[in-house]
Design a protein around this ligand. Sequence first.
Ligand code: PLP
Length: 378
Amino acid sequence: METWQQALAKSITKPAELAKHLDVDPSAIADVVAEYPMRITPMWMKLIKEKGDAFWRQVVPEPEELTDDSPADDPLHEDLDSPVPHLVHRYPDRVLFMVTNQCPIYCRFCTRKRLVGKPGFLKQGELERVVHYLQAHTEVRDIILSGGDPLLLPDHLLERILKALRTVPHLELIRIGSRVPGSLPERITPELCAMIKQYHPIYMNLHFNHPDELTPEVKTACERLADAGVPLGAQTVLLKGVNDDPTVMMRLVHQLLLARVKPYYLYQADLTRGTNHLRTTVETGLEIIKTLQGHTSGMGVPHYVIDAPGGGGKIPLLPADYLVNLTPEQATLTNYEGKTYTYPQPEQPDGNGRRRELPMATVPSTSTGCSMADSMLG
Ligand SMILES: *Cc1c(COP(=O)(O)O)cnc(C)c1O
């Protein structure tokens, strides 16, 4: 039987090879590939059916990647939020740890386009530095392994990382972000699952953008991980010509739930240099969430977020219409069908036992505990 390393080795990485299979001009993309590497696994070569389809757009290099001069190459300022190499500590209680630069496929819209594909695992001593940092930072209870794709590491290197992290007593959760199940399903072996199981709680967020990425082999890979007790979430990037369409997104969330993967985030595309041709509008994202919310299983509705340019972190967006008005007396709401409802508030006495009088125009967001209200009023 073919190993996952053999399957990966059959991937297309050179423009001339690609031109044997697809209608591309190798000389037109050679410069692009020199700057931003290409890799297309056998599974993804099969997914591509015609020029410019949803799969082509995600992995086939375009000359536009080099002419896009507007945005930044590190739009999320990850380099600035890095206290030790490979670690990003932006939020109070969780960190991001980039453990490799290799990926099974090189997404043309990658946020870390400037880094991926360059050789090299963690250098001597770097894992130890990260562990020392974590030991000194008792507020960190959640770590996300990312990259690159952590599941491209061989089992023994991945296990070395997991084992080292599990020496940090206050570290509760380990999460792994990966596109491997959806691009190189051969990698999800029984041995990998058995190893991962020893370091629970381990969560995984898998990258999927289109319903047809959930092939029978991919579903089997997800099933193996779920059977190993790994709760699975999905992260999806909103992309022009790939999934910027409510019916495609509805099919995607249904396919994910069937594969025991819960849609977690829908990302507005980042402002990364070389990816501008794949961005779509915020209105499109809001429209998609509106089409899902209430119309299908709540389990299938992801959080729609923008990772704020400049390192502000993820900011959730909701179609504004659900909370029409909020006063100390009542909330006025609209449901998914557009019908209006009112929800009376509990009485809130002030320090003297009287009902608190609040000026109508300035409802403090802290009195609502409702993030939807915060985003509307704030
Ligand atoms: C996305 C992200 C996290 C994790 O965010 P959650 O909302 O907890 O999933 C942590 N650190 C960084 C730098 C991130 O970009």
